[in-house]
Design a protein around this ligand. Structure first.
Ligand code: GLU
Length: 485
């Protein structure tokens, strides 16, 4: 039997990293087993599901490169893949369950059920359904329905215990009196998650259900439904939750949590994939940096741990920097362009016309990036004149030799449009000879003259990537700033 797994998000907002890690594990498992990876949109919650969120799911998966083999837009042999298009199927299966006695119509009103629940709670019993409608004859149910009452459909917890077998958690026995008979279709006709998920997984021939272990308590109900429908249950693998650095469930207050936020703050998909793969999974060789292809060849569910993973933002940052440093100049340019444009520091026409120089500028500063969104701040040295001289640069500029060095620099560059690396080297040698300044007194003086700082990218890059007009403009301005004191 070939492996078929699915990612089944509910389109009710941005996708949280926890969900995407679930998608990733399904993807890696499918690809490593030569199986199929299916996307199913679980939009039965009509009030909370939006098309906008559904589109975000497609976008996020595409950005991450988690391509699927069957899904809502592309179709497949087991569609439709959007639950709202499957309501007829759910209804039909529910009729079947009722015929076989596994389900029944329940006419209890919300008020009655609330009262029952409160009573149970007051008496310290679990809030189970009393089973009041479970013995109703078909005739009576039909009569009440014909008279206008709208029943829900309730599934009968038809045996005392359910054994859930899970690849990660082992075998867990759930007594069914912890949940009792449960609703599978509401009075308004909308079906409930625990029910539709089984109908779909069974009909879509899903072999392995890999999902967050917050769904473990739902699993016994689902196993009962499989049995009632006459299907064998799939293999379950419930993967642990993701916690924030303080060991509370990862949430907004810890920082970025949605894929969209990570993307727009300048994380690379390869860093996200690599980092998320290590959340509760590890390789047998203790390596940590993996391409998607390597992950596919290494991944196995048997190496997924039972304990929750702690999301380490610093480690993700480190990995992101690593992947940024592996980009070619062309790729880096394309990736940073939106951030440079957004910052307003340079316009699109300029960035296009000066593409080659901008690429070289980016290469000169990229080792400092944690995220692509760091580009504008580090590129400032090329696009903006600093309004102030830093105290360290002030010290360098106060040296006796600094003003003569800068005067000589101005004089020697004046006939160029741009300096080549050789020009710059030659000029610096000449200045050294003429002024006697060397080392820090020479190079830092020029750096401080041009950038008003003692830090930044290699001076060779700054001196050769800025037009000479800009270099002299800056140096003249710096000289007058120090003369003014
Ligand atoms: N729509 C459910 C969720 O997003 C799917 C759970 C499952 O994989 O069964 O939590």
């Amino acid at each position: 039997m070939s492996v078929r797994v699915r990612f089944a998000p509910s389109p009710t907002g941005h996708i949280h990293v926890g969900n995407v890690r679930t998608a990733l594990f399904n993807y890696l498992f499918a690809r490593s087993e030569g199986g199929r990876f299916i996307l199913r949109i679980e939009d039965t919650d009509l009030e909370r599901s939006t098309l906008e969120s559904e589109n975000l799911i497609y976008e996020d998966l595409k950005w991450l490169g988690l391509d699927y083999d069957e899904g809502p837009k592309m179709g497949g042999d087991y569609g439709p893949y959007r639950q709202t298009e499957r309501f007829g199927i759910y209804r039909k299966c529910a009729e079947e369950l009722m015929e076989k006695g596994y389900a029944y119509k329940c006419f209890c009103t919300k008020e009655e059920l609330d009262a029952e629940r409160e009573k149970a709670q007051a008496e310290g019993r679990p809030p189970l359904y009393s089973g009041k409608c479970s013995r109703m004859t078909k005739e009576e149910a039909d009569r009440r329905e014909a008279a206008g009452e709208k029943p829900s459909i309730r599934f009968r917890a038809f045996k005392p215990n359910v054994l859930v077998k899970d690849m990660i958690h082992g075998e867990i026995n759930f007594p069914t009196n912890s949940f009792g008979d449960f609703i599978i279709i509401r009075p308004d006709g909308t079906p409930i998650y625990n029910y539709v998920v089984v109908v779909d997984d069974a009909m879509m021939k899903i072999t392995h259900v890999i999902r967050g272990d917050d769904h473990l308590p739902n699993t016994p109900k689902q196993v009962l439904i499989y049995e009632a429908l006459g299907y064998e249950a799939p293999t379950f693998a419930h993967i642990p939750m993701i916690l924030g650095p303080d060991h509370a469930k990862l949430s907004k207050r810890h920082g970025n949590t949605s894929v969209e936020q990570f993307r727009s703050s300048g994380y690379l998909p390869e860093a996200m994939i690599n980092y998320m793969a290590l959340l509760s999974w590890s390789s047998d060789d203790e390596k940590e940096l993996f391409s998607k292809e390597e992950l596919i060849s290494k991944f196995s569910l048997s190496r997924v741990s039972k304990s929750a993973a702690v999301f380490d933002f610093d480690k993700l940052d480190w990995m992101n920097g690593y992947y940024i440093r592996r980009k070619t100049a062309d790729e880096l340019y394309g990736l940073c362009l939106p951030f440079l444009l957004d910052s307003g520091m340079a316009d699109g026409g300029f960035l296009e016309k000066e593409k080659e120089r901008v690429k070289a500028m980016l290469l000169s500063v990229r080792d400092n990036f944690v995220k692509l969104s760091d580009a504008p701040a580090f590129m400032e040295v090329y696009f903006k004149r600093a309004a102030e001289i830093t105290p360290e640069a002030g010290e360098v500029l106060a040296l006796e030799t600094s003003a003569p060095v800068l005067e000589a620099f101005l004089d020697k560059i004046k006939n160029y449009e741009y300096l080549s690396p050789e020009d710059y080297k030659g000029i610096m040698k000449e200045i050294q000879k003429e002024t006697g300044a060397k080392g820090k007194a020479l190079y830092m003086a020029v750096r401080a003259g041009v950038t008003r700082s003692t830090k930044g990218p290699e001076m060779d890059s700054v001196a050769t990537l800025l037009p000479v007009k800009e270099l002299s403009g800056r140096v003249e301005e710096t000289l007058s700033m120090i003369r003014r004191g």
